[in-house]
Design a protein around this ligand. Structure first.
Ligand code: FES
Length: 104
């Protein structure tokens, strides 16, 4: 496995509050979120079954899966309710020159 490196993903202005977006970067499908003006990144695929978290419903720092309504904390990836058993993977994010970079 190769060491994670910073990958350019998108202009930060593309990520609006409560409107998560999905991207494919370095072979990973990820979701970016805007929580109170800060950008966060998780794996885009739910840990319960195959659903796109970016198609779910963001409420502040929580994201609800569109398929079975499992919820995760966006900042930590922690699964918050049934049917979630496993936490969602999170990725380190930085914003430079108005662009979002994710360490993958
Ligand atoms: S696929 Fe996400 S809660 Fe079931």
């Amino acid at each position: 496995m190769t060491e994670p490196t910073w990958q350019l993903v998108a202009p930060a202005s593309d990520i609006k509050p409560d409107e998560p977006k999905k991207y494919k970067v370095a072979g990973e499908e990820i979701a970016l979120y805007n929580v109170d003006g800060d950008i966060y990144c998780t794996d885009n695929i739910c840990t319960h079954a195959y659903a796109s978290m970016a198609d779910g419903f963001q409420d502040g720092e929580e994201i609800e899966c569109p398929l079975h309504e499992g919820r995760f904390n966006i900042k930590t990836g922690e699964g918050l309710c049934a049917p979630i058993v496993d936490d969602l993977k999170t990725f380190e994010v930085k914003v430079e020159g108005g662009d979002v970079f994710v360490k993958i």
